[in-house]
Write a protein that binds this ligand. Structure first.
Ligand code: BES
Ligand code: ZN
Ligand code: ZN
Length: 470
């Protein structure tokens, strides 16, 4: 389906159907209010009503703002996809709504059908946004960036949704190489032999019982004269069975999504390179499969991480932090970045703390957390800051090694996981780093906002927004 931004009168745009956004207040004065009343439409948020004889689709919004418009556009898109209309248009009179409309249509209309033998048919081929203000040129830029970011979000979703048998650490590396070729990125892959040379023993231990070799993937986007250098690090567990601390059957289902942090990082570097942002971006991915077997790593093992710090393993299901410990250390050694962000489906505790819809944000710099929070709000993603403190830090002390991979108390699990990662952040980088726990926000089995079943692409929109504003 194609979306375009046009600078011409709506009456000159011949489409099968027009969309209109209506608040309760505007409904009272609307020319179709009688018909809408008969249909039982009262303009509540996310309600829609087709007036087929008028070739109009009315969409209810609480207020005409980006959040409401984004959300109802997703509902409208899903409804339009099941009709026989081939083209639609909508008049936009506010530049701030352009991105919201694109996100609603593209992300709300997304579906993943790779494993369906019969693909669904969709008649809708084109949506035209009509913008007839003087600043059309600026609007075109806003529009094309929004398309790039929405497409990158779908790219991320596609990888998250791919099965663990199809998307293994080596196929992940292949996919990264393909993206590098298409988007003119540099790409370096470290296989297990190279990882051994790099002393990534924590990461290697997690992947040891897998039949697929672990891979550290490093992609870089290097424009000329960049304003800043950014390191992005992603947890890429292509499957998390829990290892010997095996997950219960019901908790294991959906653990193909444990690579969502890595997928987000790929989506972000894709979007940044396509928007041609003048920031240098390095994406580091730890692609590993956490399985069981005679050679599996064990609770009671002590691992020597790349940094030299020793880690007592008390639970092999707390594997993401072990992989990230080495990848974070590697990234800091290889690139001296201005900012460093990691994305990880790290803890179930984060979902308990902030709910399924929100990304947990952790780090030392209040300023950076605030900036990212604002970027997330603008991009239509939910984030919440989870505070570190010295008492929680004590909970990951070990009696026999430098640090333990799980907390000795059942509370504050998202934060103790964040504090574990903090132990691998060098002193000079403490204020440059933030950790995003996307365990809840990265995947859903029931639709919400612009998200449909499966991967949501969490992180791609808010990080792209942050990068655009640097
Ligand atoms: N990948 C999981 C976290 C997760 C849980 C992501 C649910 C998405 C949905 C992670 O590796 C894990 O298993 N964490 C454990 C940590 C515990 C053993 C300290 C958890 O959250 O239970
Ligand atoms: Zn786990
Ligand atoms: Zn995991």
């Amino acid at each position: 389906m194609n979306i375009q931004l046009l600078n011409q009168n709506i009456s000159d745009t011949k489409t099968d159907i027009s969309l209109e956004y209506l608040t309760k207040k505007a409904l009272k004065k609307n020319k179709n209010k009688k018909a809408l009343k008969v249909a039982g439409f009262s303009a509540t948020q996310d309600s829609i009503c087709f007036l087929h004889n008028k070739n109009t689709l009315i969409c209810g919004v609480e207020t005409v703002d980006a959040q409401s418009v984004r959300s109802v556009s997703a509902v409208a898109m899903k409804a339009l996809k099941s009709t026989n209309y081939k083209s639609a248009n909508i008049l936009v009179d506010d530049m701030t709504l352009i991105a919201a409309l694109v996100e609603g249509f593209v992300l709300g209309g997304y579906s993943f059908e790779q494993y369906k033998t019969k693909k669904s048919k969709c008649s809708l081929k084109e949506i035209s946004l009509i913008y007839i203000k003087d600043d059309y040129k600026k609007a075109i830029n806003v529009f094309s960036d929004a398309i790039i970011v929405a497409d990158a979000t779908c790219f991320t979703r596609d990888i998250v949704n791919t099965t663990p048998e199809d998307l293994t650490p080596p196929t992940f590396a292949k996919l990264a190489k393909r993206l590098a070729k298409e988007n003119d990125l540099e790409c370096k892959i470290l296989n297990e032999k190279a990882l051994k040379k790099e002393n990534c023993h924590a990461m290697l231990a997690v992947g040891r019982a897998s039949r697929h070799e672990s891979q550290l993937i490093h992609l870089s986007y290097k424009p000329k004269n960049p304003k800043k250098v950014i390191n992005l690090i992603g947890k890429g567990l292509t499957y998390d069975s829990g290892g010997l601390s095996l997950k219960p059957a019901t908790s294991m289902v959906s653990m193909k999504m444990d690579k969502a942090g890595a997928c987000a990082v790929l989506g972000i570097i894709k979007a940044a390179s396509e928007m041609k942002l003048d920031v240098e971006i390095h994406a580091f991915i730890g692609a590993v499969e956490n399985m069981i077997g005679g050679n599996a790593y064990k609770p009671d093992d002590v691992l020597v991480s790349r940094s030299g710090k020793t880690i007592e393993v008390r639970n092999t299901d707390a594997e993401g932090r072990l992989v990230l410990a080495d990848v974070l250390d590697y990234a800091q050694d290889k690139v001296n970045a201005d900012y460093m962000f990691d994305f990880a489906t790290l803890t179930g505790a984060c979902m308990v703390a902030v709910g399924q819809y929100t990304t947990g944000v952790m780090g030392h710099s209040s300023k950076l957390k605030h900036t990212l929070g604002k970027a997330a709000t603008n991009a239509g993603e939910l984030t919440a800051s989870l505070p570190f403190n010295k008492h929680l830090k004590k909970q990951i002390k070990s009696e026999i090694a430098d640090i333990c991979n799980i907390s000795n108390k059942p509370y504050g699990g998202a934060i103790t996981a964040g504090l574990f990662l903090d132990a691998f952040i060098k002193e000079e980088n403490k204020d440059k780093w933030l950790h995003f726990d996307i365990a809840g926000s990265a995947y859903t089995e029931s639709p919400w906002d612009v998200n449909v079943y499966g991967g949501t692409g969490a992180g791609v929109r808010f990080m792209s927004e942050f990068l655009k504003n640097i």
